[in-house]
Each structure stands twice: as C-alpha cells, then as structure tokens.
Ligand binder design. Structure first.
Ligand SMILES: [Zn+2]
Length: 217
C-alpha cells in the first residue's frame, strides 16, 4: 500500500500516474470512486484507465488488469482464488461492513468463476483498529447483530475487522485463510494517513492488486 494525495488535491491524477508508472503498470489500472455501498464491478481489459463510479469493490480474472482503490482508515480487503486465478479488491468503512460487502464479493466469485469459498485467501490491510474506532450510539446500535465486536464502557468502540472476519467465515472462508494486518492507521502516523487523526488535512493510501499472467493449469 502506498500513499498519494486524495481527490480534491491539485495533483491526484498526476500522482496516480507517477506512482503506477514506477510500478510499470500505469496503463493497466482500473479505479473506483467509492460510495460506501456494497456493489461489485466486474472488470477486464476494457476498463483499464477508467475510474468507475458507484462501486466499492472490483473483481477480475484477467491478467494485467490492476484493481485499485483508496483508503484512509477504512478496510482494504484483498481476495485471491489461486485455483481459478481470480482476484478482487474491496473498500469497507463501517457502512460497507454493515452492508456485508465481503459477502457480496464472495457471491460474485461463485457466480462468475464457480469459486469454492474454501479456496479464497483474504488479506485485510492496515485500517483503523478498535483502539481508535470510537462511535456513538447511533452507529453502535446498527451493529446489534455483532455484540462481541462492540466494546461499551464510557466510550463505544467497534472492531470492524472482527465483524468482517465473522462475515467471511459465515460465507465459507477458512479461518486460516484470513490474514488481518495488526497495524492501526491512527497509531502509525509515520506510516499511514488517517482520516480520523488528520481531519480536514487527510490524504489517502492506494491499495492495488493484479494478476501478472495466466498460470498454466
Ligand atoms: Zn489505534
């Protein structure tokens, strides 16, 4: 995961171009303008160079198509089906977690590629952890189905990644195939931007994932 200025900054397109140029895949990138929903866009070579609106996840089985989105506290969720050679990348804030975007992505793998959820490998990148994800009752009450991930004392905190892990396991993902970054974006100020910590000055990180080439069967 690497950093470039957020939309609204003067230079987002230029920084995006420079960053992916250095990686050697600038012409392969498909992006999204997130809307904190749960819609999954199926993409391929035809969408390279585009930034799609109204989606929070991208899925493909085409090599040399680089899925990309931005985060700054939200969870970047990477999906890989090695057997079917398919990948997906999702963005989940608390609304996306409540909408169970992970389940939507798993369903898409099954629909498009006949994926066995037991084959899926998941990585959740750096995000805001329970230590800093404080909410009020209005949000906490919406997590009534996940009481074990809501910590209530003087203040209320939620473990979003814990909820996602539970949702993924309910969708058939093996516990051993779910890897969750232990880094909190709010804590690691030298490493990551944080929307909660940096407020109006916040910038974002790019998450990206691509298949280099087709593997021989
Ligand atoms: Zn923290």
């Amino acid at each position: 995961m690497t950093v470039y200025p957020a939309p609204g900054d003067d230079q987002p397109a230029e920084n995006r171009r420079k960053f992916f140029s250095r990686l050697g895949c600038v012409n392969q990138v498909v992006g999204v303008q997130m809307v904190h929903g749960s819609k999954v866009a199926t993409v391929g070579a035809g969408q390279r160079g585009q930034i799609l609106s109204d989606y929070d996840a991208l899925i493909t089985d085409e090599p040399q198509v680089v899925l990309s989105l931005t985060v700054a506290d939200c969870l970047p969720i990477y999906f890989y089906d090695q057997r079917r050679q398919a990948i997906a990348l999702a963005h989940a804030g608390w609304r996306g977690v409540l909408a169970n975007i992970s389940r939507e992505v798993v369903n898409k793998f099954i629909e498009l590629y006949k994926t066995d959820p037991g084959d899926l490998e998941i990585h959740i990148g750096p995000h805001i952890h329970i230590c800093h994800f404080e909410v009020k009752d209005d949000v906490a009450n919406q997590f009534a189905a996940y009481p074990q991930f809501v910590s209530r004392s003087d203040k209320i905190f939620i473990d979003l990644a814990g909820v996602v892990r539970e949702q993924l396991m309910a969708a058939g993902i093996k516990a051993g195939n779910i890897d969750i970054s232990q880094e909190c974006t709010h804590d690691e100020k030298d490493q990551y931007f944080s929307y909660r910590r940096d407020g109006g000055e916040f910038r974002v990180m790019a998450a990206y994932l691509g298949l280099k080439r087709r593997q021989p069967n």
